[in-house]
Each structure stands twice: as structure tokens, then as C-alpha cells.
Design a protein around this ligand. Sequence first.
Ligand SMILES: Cc1cc2nc3c(=O)[nH]c(=O)nc-3n(C[C@H](O)[C@H](O)[C@H](O)COP(=O)(O)O)c2cc1C
Length: 488
Amino acid sequence: MSGPLEDLRSYIGWLESRGELVVVEEEVSPVLEIPALLRRLMYNRGPAVLFTRIKGHEGWRVAGNLFRSIDTLRAALGVGRLEEVGERLTSMFTRPPPTGFTEKIRALREVGEASRYTPRRVGKAPFTENVVESSRGPLRLLPAFKTWPRDGGRYLTYPLVITRNPLYGTYNVGVYRVMLLDGSRAVIHWQIHKRGAEDYELHGGERIPVAIAIGSDPATMLTGAAPVPAPMDKYLFAGILRGRGVDLYELPNGILVPANAEVVLEGYITRGEEAEEGPFGDHWGYYDKPRERYPVFRVERMYYRSNPIYYGTVVGPPPLEDAVIGKAFERIFLPLVRVLLPEVVDVNLPEYGVFQGMAIVSIRKRYPGHAKKVMMALWGLGQFSLTKIIVVVDHDIDPHDINRVIWAVSANVNPSRDVVVIPGSHTDALDPAQEAPAYGGKLGIDATRKLPEENYGGPWPEGLEEDPATRRWADDAFKRLFAGLGSR
Ligand SMILES: Cc1cc2nc3c(=O)[nH]c(=O)nc-3n(C[C@H](O)[C@H](O)[C@H](O)COP(=O)(O)O)c2cc1C
């Protein structure tokens, strides 16, 4: 693959060329049927899919399970390791300053090359081929999903909601579910901690311009779900993720949108106009409770490419497609976490921990209280701060090896000393176990070996290790005597 994938169509073509896409020609409905098939595909780690006959939506196609595996994402972004993307952001902080002439020239060249990540404004976009004005109820054309039987309506489940930060002028692109109210009105479920909600709050006016894009190149689509620290421009981040800047097209309402989008909704929110949202079966595996009020988005017009492709996902009991997306960000943002907290060795956001449920963090521990310092720092760090349970282990425990983590928690934790419970804190807005939306408790478990200061002044017991001579002899003898068994 030379250069980044240009748009959703080239991504789908690329998946097909790799044997990772199935085309379904049988007619299927976006109401319950497509979501049920997508869930089965995702639970079985199946291929991506393109449905070509959509009940009630002639002329539309629906793509699904596009982010099917970490390997697919790595290949689509053209990187060997996802961490490389984060390192593009942090490399400046993690190597010695250039001193010699050639190093300085190289550093200058790198700064110049970084400009290739910046977005470019273009005067044409294929989505302007078809325009439907608000009076014709454009939202009814979209094959929006109803994902679970008691969902309150039909939803855009992977929309890129685009707003502008009024203080910095930078753009946010956020994946926030959008519930359709009728042909021209929808409710945007941007939770209180998210950048879209903040852009809206900070905007001084009565009428806040907003755009929603559906379907783009994989890097731009992923950017919508990426926890990029505000106020960094998400289009700039998309360029870093893609390895080349994104093309942007300016809508009449002044909002820049990805020129390669399949569908664009141009509209606005009137300050204070809200509607009840939900119920919706969410990524925690429950219908949300209680129902909350969110801003109403009024569509002025909808644009779409000819022969349009709609993309949607399904959330529910893990692990679904969002688990792969979460894993990708765990890797991509690790270098950034390590710039801020250099003691962090690795992080695991387990698939079944639904992003904000649980994080396991290994650290190079140096001083008493170090594990708790890391917990406190992470609970103050961007969207990491929404994590409910943080388990900290020593650097020699692989946080992805759940059994080793269970051993560390079982052997190293004294519950009366090593467990931190913080009541009344900020939490994920949908966490079903908390006392109120976005408000509840946190749990920290320090499963590191304790220093004397942390261990009532006493030493930590010595770890078990064979003496080198016995180890060498036994490794050899074991292979000889018990051939075919593992090497542990
Ligand atoms: C499939 C999917 C659905 C999501 N739905 C919502 C949602 O309805 N509301 C929300 O606030 N975040 C939702 N998120 C999480 C945001 O996309 C995520 O927090 C992202 O980083 C947006 O962050 P930002 O506000 O910092 O741009 C969803 C993520 C995924 C992958």
C-alpha cells in the first residue's frame, strides 16, 4: 500500500483484496437485523461486511465490522506497531537534543516533514453530488440502526460529530451516538466529560454550528473515538494517524468537514434546546439508566455521495468492535502516557473491562507510595481519569497476562493497606453501578511488592529463584528427560 487509504470506499476495496470482507446481497433491515448479524460477526472475530440491499433504503449500502482486529488496523494505518503513531507525537521529548551540525539539520528536516500531517483545505468534495434540504426530512433516508429491542429509536452509531473550540479555534471530531427524532432533528449524546460537550458549553452564541460526517478513511474515522487531549486539533491528529494530512471542505455554516466523507449533515444546535435521549443498549451491556437530556441537533441539509455507503457499529456486552478500537488506543496513547508518567512500563485496558471499567498498569517502582501516585495521576489524566478500577503491578508482571496479575493481586495485596476507595468522584457517564450519571466511586489496588516504609517497617519476603547452576542443569535435563513439554 503506497500512502494512506483515501476514503471509506478504498478501505472497503482494500479489505476485500485481503480477503477480509464478505459482501451480502440478501435484503436485510437496519432495524435489529443488521445489528444482530454484526454482533455475531464481531463475537466470532469474523470479517468486515458490506450489505448491498437495505430494506427501506434503496440505493444505500451498509458497511460493518470495519475495525475487526488489531492486525487489520495496523495494516490499514501502515505501521508495524500501533505505538509508532504515538511516538510520532512524543519523539521530540524522548531523545537527546541535537548538538552536532548533522543532527541539527536532521532535526530541522523532521520538523519540516511534520508539516505533512497538517490538514489541507480543498474546494471540492464528492459528497456535494447530492443535497437534500431540511424540509424533505433527510434523516429518514439514512439506514440508521436500531440495535437492541428496547432502544428508544434509530441511531447513528458511528457518527463523526464535528465542532470547533471557541477559545482555540481547533476542531473536535467525536464519535457520540446520535438518536434520530424525526426527519430533520436528532439528539447528540456527548457526555459531560467530552470535548463536543465542552465546545458547546464554551460557545458564546445562541446558535452553535455543528456538522456530522459518516464514513471516511479509517484513520479519520478512528480519530473520532480517540481520546486526544483538548485542545489539540483532531484533524491534525488524524493526519498523524494517517501519515498525511486530511483534506477538508468548508460547509456554508463555516464548519470544516472531511472532504472524503460519504454523508455530511450540516446543522446547528440552539442553546438550551434539549430532548430526552434513549433508552439505548450501551457498551456496559445494559440499557442506560436513568434517561438524560441532551442537545437537539437541527439538520439544515444533508449531502451524500452517489451510491452512498453508510457505516454503523453495535455496542453491547463485550467484546464487540469497540473493544478493538479501545485496544488500538491503549497502544497508540501508551507513548504519551509514558512521557507524562515515565515510570509506567505498560498498560492493559482489558477487552472485558469496557474501556473505563478497569486498567492494569505496570510500573518501575522507585519509592514508597509510588503505586498510589500513579493511580492519582491517571485519575487526573484526560479520559484515563474516567477509569473506575486501577490495578498497579510491578514492572516484571506483564499486565496482559491476566493470570500473573491475579497472582500479584492475590499474593501482594493486604486489603487493609493496599486498597484505595474514593467515593464521590467523576466516572464514566454510563457506568451502571454508580449512584448518579458521571458520579460515583473509584477503586485502586496496589499489587506491587511493598517497600519497608509501606510494610510496617519490615522487609518484603524474598522471591523464589533457583540458583544459577541448578537452573542451567535442570533446563538441559528437563528437555532431555521430558521432551515435548514446554520450556517454563
Ligand atoms: C462506538 C462508539 C460509541 C460511542 N458513543 C459515545 C457516546 O454516545 N457519547 C460519548 O460521549 N462518547 C461516546 N464514545 C466515546 C467517544 O467517542 C470517545 O470518548 C472519544 O474519545 C471522544 O472524545 P472527545 O470528546 O475527547 O473528542 C463512543 C465510542 C465508540 C467507539
